[in-house]
Ligand binder design. Structure first.
Ligand code: GDG
Length: 483
C-alpha cells in the first residue's frame, strides 16, 4: 500500500467496538452533552488508552447522526455513524437476532436474512475503514465482539502493517450449531484476519479451532492456527481463552463505603427484614435463565420448603433490546410468571418476589449485592457473567453464597460456588435450599477462595495478558515497516 493511504494516521493503539465508551445525551432544553458510560471494558482499557494516547472507534448510540472526532477524558473518540436502517439490520437484526441466539446454543431460534447479512458486511467495512484511517504505521488495533467479526480481515487487507487482535465476549458454539450459519465461511475467515483471537473459555477457543479445520482444513497445533497468506507463506494466528473480569478493587471500595452499607440495611428493612434475601441481576435476556429460576423458586414456595415469611426473591431485570420481538415476548412471559407467583404466594405483609424492570446506578447495585444472602446466576449460556464476579468482589464480609450455572464462563474459574445445571429444576431447588441453609463457616471458606480468584484475575490483568500475547508473543513483530 502507498503511504498516502494512511496520511492522516496518528494513533498507535486503537480499540474498535460497536458502542463507544461515551453516550450522546440530549437534555429536554435541546442542549447536548457527551457522558462517559463506565462499563468494565472502559475501566480495563482507560489506563492503556491514556498512556498510549489511543483512540476508540465506535458508534455513539444514536442513528442518523454524524459526529466529528473529539476528545473525552483524555481518550480520542472516533464516532462511526449508523443509519436507522442499519441499526435495524446490522445491529438488532444480524447481531442480536442472528448471531446472539446462534452463539448461545440456539436457546431461541436465530433468524437468517440476506439483507441483514449485507448490512452487517457494509457496517463492518465502515468500522474497518475508520480504524484504518486512524491507525499509525504498525499500530495495534483491538477489535471487540461479535458485531464486528469481519473487521480483522478487512483491516488486514487494507493495512497489512497493523497488529490486529480480536476478543469475543460471548460463547463460540460447537460446529454442529455454528454450521447453520449461511455465512459460516465468511465469518471465520473474517476473524482469521487477526493475529490473536481471544475467547472467554478454552471450550470456545476449541470450538473455533475445530470450525477452522472443518471449513478450511488449515493445520492447527494447540492454540496456533496456520493461515495461508496466498503467497506460499503461512501466518500463525493464536486462538485461545482470556477470561474477562471486573475491576475487583473498585467494587470492593464501593462496598466498603459506610453510605452503601447503610443503604444495604435499608433495602433489607424495606423488604421487612426477611431471614433470607435471594437476588438475581440480569439484563432481561433469554440466555440468563430467569424463567428457570422463577420456576424453581415458585415450586419451593408451593411445596412449602420455603415460606414468604422467611425468604424474598429480588429480581432486577434491566431493560434490554426492547425493539427485538423475542425480547418483548420474553418480558411478557416473565412478568406473567412473576404476577402469578406473587398472586399465589404473597401475603399482605410479605411479597414473594420483588421484581424491578429498571437499570440502577452502580452504588445501588453494590448495595443490593451486600443485602443479598444468596446470589442466583442461572444462565443457560453466558460468555462469562460479570454479575457473579461483582457479587464476590463486594462480599468482603464473607457472608454471601454464590449459586452459579455451569453454563457460564465464570464457572470455569469460580469452582467454589454452588454449581448448578439450571435445566435440572429439582437440582436447582435443592441447591437453593442448600445455599440458604449453608453454615457461616462453609460460606466463609468458599467466599475466601472465590475472592482470591477474582482479585488475582481482575480486568487489568485480563487486558494486560491479551495485549502481551498480541504484541510480545514473538510470533508477530509489531511496528516493522514494510518495503
Ligand atoms: C456480555 C456477555 C460477558 C446490569 N444491570 C445493571 C447493571 N448491569 C451490569 C452488571 C454487569 C453487566 O451489566 C452485565 O454483564 P454480564 O457479564 O453479567 O452480562 P452481559 O451484559 O450479557 O455481557 C457476558 C460480558 O459481555 C463481558 O465480556 O461476561 O457473558 O453476555 O457489569 O453489573 N449495571 C448497573 N445498573 C443496572 O441496572 N449499573
Amino acid at each position: 500500500p502507498s503511504d498516502d493511504l494512511y496520511i492522516d494516521a496518528a494513533y498507535d493503539m486503537i480499540v474498535v467496538s460497536n458502542r463507544l465508551p461515551v453516550d450522546y445525551e440530549r437534555a429536554p432544553d435541546g442542549s447536548t452533552t457527551w457522558k462517559g458510560s463506565p462499563g468494565g471494558l472502559v475501566t480495563a482499557l482507560e489506563p492503556i488508552m491514556r498512556t498510549t494516547e489511543g483512540a476508540w472507534v465506535g458508534w455513539a448510540g444514536v442513528a442518523d447522526m454524524e459526529f466529528d472526532p473529539f476528545e473525552h477524558d483524555g481518550i480520542s473518540i472516533i464516532p462511526v455513524p449508523l443509519s436507522a436502517d442499519e441499526l435495524e439490520e446490522y445491529y438488532e437484526g444480524f447481531s442480536n437476532d442472528t448471531l446472539w441466539p446462534l452463539y448461545h446454543d440456539v436457546i431461541a431460534p436465530p433468524s437468517f436474512h440476506r439483507e441483514w447479512w449485507d448490512s452487517y458486511v457494509r457496517v463492518n467495512r465502515r468500522f474497518a475503514e475508520a480504524a484504518a484511517r486512524a491507525a499509525s504505521h504498525g499500530a495495534v488495533v483491538w477489535v471487540q465482539d461479535y458485531q464486528l467479526q469481519l473487521v480483522p480481515r478487512m483491516l488486514r487487507e487494507s493495512r497489512p502493517d497493523l497488529v490486529i487482535g480480536f476478543f469475543n465476549h460471548i460463547p463460540f458454539p460447537a460446529y454442529g450449531i455454528y454450521s447453520q450459519l449461511p455465512w459460516r465461511r465468511q465469518v471465520v475467515d473474517g476473524l482469521l484476519g487477526a493475529d490473536v483471537i481471544g475467547f472467554q473459555r478454552s471450550a470456545d477457543a476449541g470450538n473455533f479451532t475445530r470450525a477452522v479445520r472443518r471449513l478450511f482444513g488449515y493445520a492447527t497445533r494447540g492454540t496456533v492456527i496456520d493461515v495461508p497468506d496466498g503467497n506460499d507463506n503461512v501466518r500463525h494466528v493464536v486462538a485461545r481463552h482470556f477470561p474477562i473480569s471486573i475491576d475487583a478493587a473498585g467494587f470492593e471500595e464501593i462496598a466498603r463505603r459506610p453510605e452503601v452499607q447503610a443503604r444495604a440495611k435499608e433495602i433489607r428493612a424495606s423488604l421487612g427484614d426477611p431471614k433470607t434475601i435471594i437476588l438475581g441481576v440480569d439484563r432481561l435476556d433469554y440466555t440468563k435463565g430467569i424463567r428457570h429460576r422463577l420456576k424453581a423458586f415458585g415450586e419451593l414456595l408451593r411445596d412449602e420448603r420455603l415460606s414468604v415469611e422467611d425468604v424474598t426473591l429480588v429480581q432486577v431485570a434491566s431493560p434490554s433490546r426492547e425493539r427485538v420481538e423475542t425480547y418483548r415476548l420474553l418480558r411478557d412471559e416473565i412478568e406473567l410468571m412473576v404476577g402469578r407467583l406473587n398472586g399465589d404466594h404473597s401475603t399482605l405483609g410479605h411479597q414473594a418476589i420483588a421484581y424491578l424492570h429498571h437499570g440502577y446506578p452502580r452504588e445501588e447495585m453494590v448495595a443490593l449485592y451486600l443485602a443479598a444472602d444468596v446470589m442466583l446466576v442461572t444462565a443457560l449460556r453466558d460468555g462469562m457473567n460479570l454479575v457473579a464476579k461483582e457479587y464476590v468482589a463486594c462480599r468482603f464480609d464473607e457472608r454471601g453464597v454464590l449459586l452459579l450455572s455451569e453454563f457460564t464462563g465464570a464457572s470455569d474459574e469460580l469452582r467454589q460456588a454452588v454449581l448448578v445445571n439450571p435445566h435440572d429444576i429439582e437440582g436447582l431447588k435443592d441447591a437453593i435450599v442448600e445455599a440458604i441453609e449453608m453454615p457461616q463457616r462453609e460460606r466463609a471458606r468458599r467466599m475466601r477462595a472465590l475472592r482470591k480468584r477474582v482479585r488475582e484475575n481482575d480486568v487489568a490483568n485480563w487486558s494486560a495478558t491479551f495485549l502481551k500475547t498480541l504484541t510480545g508473543s514473538g510470533i508477530i513483530a509489531p511496528g516493522v515497516p514494510e518495503g
